[in-house]
Design a binder for this molecule. Structure first.
Ligand code: NAD
Length: 235
């Protein structure tokens, strides 16, 4: 068997980070060599070395970083991956235009995948939305998303990606966002005209669906040529 892929988890203490660490521990094809969060308490947890954001430059060698942190934490992990020639998988949302341009530029140096949503169901939903928009010219298109009360950005990255799919089909989407309780993530894309309405709905029941997709993508990204990859290239 090949050596396990060496992973850096960025945003390790967060909801997604914890899901990634738990699922990675169940896999034999990857090993977490560094868990990075804004602050650290214990230096090693379950055999995984912990690093604070301020210690990022001191992490050991890794093959691929998986980043689910915050927009304000994104630039240093991108710079580290470019400096080390390591791959990057990121699901961090709320990135601004300069950060998106930095991703495009880094694609000439390292293999890189950024995706607004790592679930297979949402990948299929994007496809359905584009086809529905193309078939329903002139209908209103509205995207309603709901997430837990702590989520910082709105509309969600997934809602914006669904809007882009609708635009590919010729529709102009409008957005509405709800922030409440512990909702993991719900997206409804609604097409409406006089007298009828279609709703396409995706509900995420837990964060493992995103973490599994990100781990799978990370394992598949290592060893590839520099470039910007899409989730569908790696599934
Ligand atoms: P969270 O608030 O629970 O966790 C954030 C993590 O980032 C924490 O570990 C925190 O310590 C770390 N962090 C904060 N500042 C940092 C810094 N300066 N340097 C390094 N680490 C820092 O958030 P979450 O719910 O786990 O979500 C994380 C991100 O992933 C959000 O942007 C969210 O929208 C996104 N997300 C994307 C998907 C997807 O499929 N693409 C799915 C779920 C969540």
């Amino acid at each position: 068997m090949n050596d396990p892929v060496r992973l850096l988890i960025h945003g390790a203490s967060g909801r997604m980070g914890q899901s990634l660490l738990r699922l990675c521990a169940e896999r034999e094809d990857c090993r977490v060599v560094a868990a990075v969060a804004r602050k650290v308490g214990q230096r090693v947890i379950d055999g995984v070395p912990q690093f604070a954001a301020s210690e990022l430059s001191a992490v050991p060698a890794f093959d691929v970083a998986i980043d689910f942190s915050l927009a304000e934490a994104f630039d240093p992990v991108l710079a580290l991956c470019v400096e080390r020639g390591a791959a990057l998988v990121s699901g961090t949302t709320g990135l601004d235009e300069a950060q998106r341009a930095a991703i495009d530029a880094a694609g000439s140096r390292i293999p890189l995948l950024w995706a607004a949503n790592f679930s297979l169901g949402v990948a299929v939903l994007n496809d359905l939305v584009e086809r529905a928009a193309a078939a329903l010219q002139g209908w209103d298109c509205d995207i309603v998303e709901a997430h837990h009360a702590q989520k910082k950005d709105a509309p969600s990255g997934t809602a914006l990606a669904l809007g882009a799919s609708a635009a590919q089909g010729g529709a102009h989407a409008r957005y509405a966002s709800l922030r409440a309780g512990d909702i993991v993530g719900e997206h409804t894309v609604q097409f409406t005209t006089a007298g009828e309405r279609i709703e396409l709905v995706h509900r995420a029941g837990n964060r493992d669906i995103f973490a599994r997709g990100a781990l799978h993508a990370a394992a598949n990204l290592v060893g590839r040529k520099p470039g910007l990859y899409r989730l569908r290239d790696l599934l």
